[in-house]
Design a binder for this molecule. Structure first.
Ligand code: ZN
Length: 165
């Protein structure tokens, strides 16, 4: 780290520790330790992950879902349905049988059910985009589960209904 920082003429005459104790850097400081100094360099902050670089190099868009929001990712719901089938299926005694069982459970989830998961995620995205909070979005999703997205008039209805409740 010191070599890289010296190459950039950023090494202070007083020197720098490799990192702050317990990785607890002072808030808003970028020069407290080697680690923080390097992490705040533009070429480090703009570096994409290997996965993201690979995906975009193949001409695809790489978009990450926010952490802890599985309701936005219908694949999580599909995976949950396949996982349920796997847990309730007969036990297997070898790897080949287990692999066949996993594939069978994945194939067992009907396409219509997967499309419903996709619609559910689309509704959540739509409600978040229109300004509903997590609880409001969940309520709206139960109320209007027949719609792919919620038109703004329905968002107003949701806000009005939740205000009265
Ligand atoms: Zn630090």
């Amino acid at each position: 780290m010191e070599t890289i920082i010296r190459e950039r003429n950023l090494w202070p005459t007083t020197g720098l520790n490799a990192q702050c104790e317990g990785f607890k850097c002072e808030l808003n400081r970028t020069d407290c330790c080697c680690r923080r100094l390097l992490f705040s360099q533009p070429d480090f902050t703009s570096q994409k992950s290997h996965l993201e670089e690979y995906i975009t190099s193949r001409g695809h868009t790489c978009d990450f879902y926010p952490k802890f929001h599985c309701e936005l990712n219908f694949i999580e719901q599909y995976w949950g349905a396949a996982n349920f089938r796997y847990r309730t299926s007969q036990r297997t005694c070898d790897m080949d049988a287990m692999e066949r069982n996993v594939l069978s459970c994945l194939d067992d989830v009907p396409l219509l059910q997967i499309q419903r998961y996709a619609n559910r995620s689309a509704r959540f995205i739509s409600t978040y985009v229109q300004g509903l909070t997590g609880g409001e979005a969940a309520w709206a999703n139960r109320q209007y589960h027949g719609h792919r997205t919620l038109p703004p008039s329905m968002i107003l209805e949701v806000k009005e209904a939740l205000r009265k409740a």
